[in-house]
Each structure stands twice: as structure tokens, then as C-alpha cells.
Ligand binder design. Structure first.
Ligand SMILES: [Mg+2]
Length: 287
């Protein structure tokens, strides 16, 4: 049910016209790029990661945008190959593992420092898996090995706060033992190599490599805040105009709301914005 003015404006008349005009103006600044997170942004959060999918309408919007823009990329915590399987649009750049790998036209590249931690990551995840199997969370916590990073999911736990009290020390201990670092997310804890690569460095690199003059990023979670901040920093440095868009809902972290330029409501709001951006030629003056 619609509960606020912003929500009603989005659902009844498509995306907020002010935001849409701003996004169009940014994307007209060729070369321009549209970059987006996947889970919780263009794919509804599912009980388990394997259940999540990207709707056909969003895929079609992204496909059309690849024909209009210098760069369309998804920047996800998932493995790049998983991102490609979920989105399945040719011509897209798939940035995976929070920026530690890229996949384009079938060619995968991994950050060398991240690749060097693969063995340590595998050992840490195995230890966590063994400890979880003997814990009260055996049936509800899920360990996902994504190659260069790993994720412990606890969305299925009936009491997520209680689950985190067990998982937090367990994951932190394994990370410390194996020289890794931990980042939190929406009902997840992630294990990452000890390198300064995140969605922020990934987005900053893409802006620089493609010489982007306009860039939009959509995201929903704490790891997207690095990307939001990177876009702001690039904008402050001049040359590139940007819009950082938070895809928000009931579990949106406060740090997401405080670091974006604008918000849309849920994956539906993101879908409506992407459809509007993809549906009209960007070369025409906006309303
Ligand atoms: Mg997300």
C-alpha cells in the first residue's frame, strides 16, 4: 500500500520527474555510464541467494541502455560470473566480488592481490562452515564461496540479531586467523581479502578508464556507500556529473540514506526509473 507522497508519485506516474530529468541530463553528458548493484537494487532480496533473479523488464532496460551509453555495468558482491548469469545482457560489464573481478565478453580478470588470498579464504570459509554445522544456526546460516570473497547469509534465521551474536565473533575470528577482513550487509557478513578494493574504488576506476562525463550509480546496502561516496568525490573534483541513487525500503541502512543524492522505493522503483531512462532517446532535451 502506498504510504507516502514519494511512493505515490513513483507508482502512479512512473519515477519522480525531477529525478528522471536529472538522470537524463547526466546521461546526456557523453561518454556516460550507468552502474548498478544487483541484489536489493535490480533484484528483490530472496530468502536464499540462489532464489534471487532479475526481472525481464529490467534486463530489457539495461539492454537498451547499452545501446545508448558508453558504459553499462553491474557492480556486485556476487561473483562476476553469477552476475552475468543473473542479468544475462551482452555488452554489459560485470564487476564482481565488490570490484575484485571483471567479466566482459567472456573475458574474466581478477585483482592479483585478491587472487593471492584465495587459499586463505577457502580455509576460513571451511572453518566457519564446520563451526556452523555444530551450532544452533546449522539449518539457517549459509556459507557461500564466491571465489575471491565469501558470504555468510543469515536471512533465514528466525532471530537475526541473535544469529549475528553467534556469527559475528565466529566470522571475525576466522578472518583474523587467515588475514582477511569482514564487512556487514543486509543479513550477511562478507569475508574479503585484505586489499583496498571495494565498490568505491571499482566505480572510481571505471569513471577514470572510460573518461566518463556523466555517471549514475544505484545501490541499496552499506557496501554501495563506497560507490556513492566515490561518485560524490569525482563530482566534487569536477569533470563528471553524477547521481547516487539509493534503492530504499524498510531495512535500508541509515548510512545509505545519508550518502545518496536521491532515492527510489524498492526494486520496483529502480525498475521504473531504468525503464524511463531506457525508453526515450537520451539525446532529446528532457522535460
Ligand atoms: Mg545490494
Amino acid at each position: 500500500m502506498a504510504t507516502g507522497g514519494e511512493r505515490e508519485r513513483e507508482t502512479e506516474g512512473g519515477p519522480d520527474p525531477v529525478l528522471l530529468a536529472r538522470c537524463r541530463a547526466v546521461l546526456r553528458r557523453a561518454p556516460a555510464g550507468l552502474l548498478s548493484d544487483i541484489d536489493g537494487t535490480i533484484s528483490a532480496i530472496a530468502p536464499t541467494p540462489g532464489d534471487a533473479f532479475v526481472a525481464e523488464g529490467i534486463k530489457e532496460s539495461l539492454r537498451r541502455l547499452t545501446e545508448q551509453l558508453a558504459l553499462v555495468a553491474v557492480v556486485s558482491g556476487r561473483a562476476a560470473e553469477t552476475g552475468r548469469t543473473m542479468v544475462g545482457v551482452d555488452g554489459l560489464l560485470y564487476v564482481g566480488n565488490h570490484g575484485m573481478e571483471r567479466l566482459r565478453d567472456g573475458v574474466r580478470t581478477a585483482h592479483p592481490a585478491a587472487a593471492a588470498s584465495e587459499a586463505a579464504l577457502g580455509e576460513a570459509l571451511a572453518e566457519i562452515g564446520t563451526a556452523l554445522a555444530a551450532s544452533p544456526l546449522a539449518a539457517v546460516a549459509l556459507v557461500e564461496h564466491k571465489g575471491l570473497t565469501g558470504t555468510v547469509h543469515y536471512r533465514l534465521a528466525p532471530n537475526q540479531a541473535a544469529a549475528l551474536e553467534i556469527l559475528g565473533p565466529l566470522v571475525a575470528g576466522a578472518a583474523e586467523t587467515h588475514g582477511l577482513r569482514v564487512t556487514p550487509g543486509r543479513a550477511i557478513l562478507e569475508l574479503r581479502p585484505p586489499v583496498h578494493v571495494d565498490k568505491g574504488t571499482a566505480v572510481a576506476d571505471l569513471v577514470a578508464e572510460h573518461g566518463l562525463r556523466g555517471a549514475i550509480f544505484l545501490g541499496d546496502d552499506v557496501t554501495d556507500v563506497d560507490a556513492f561516496r566515490a561518485l560524490r568525490a569525482a563530482r566534487a573534483a569536477g569533470e563528471v556529473e553524477t547521481v547516487a541513487i539509493g534503492v530504499v525500503g524498510a531495512e535500508t541502512p541509515a548510512t545509505v540514506r545519508s550518502s545518496v543524492d536521491a532515492t527510489v522505493t524498492g526494486v520496483e522503483g529502480a525498475a521504473a526509473l531504468l525503464a524511463a531512462l531506457a525508453g526515450a532517446p537520451l539525446g532529446e532535451p528532457g522535460p
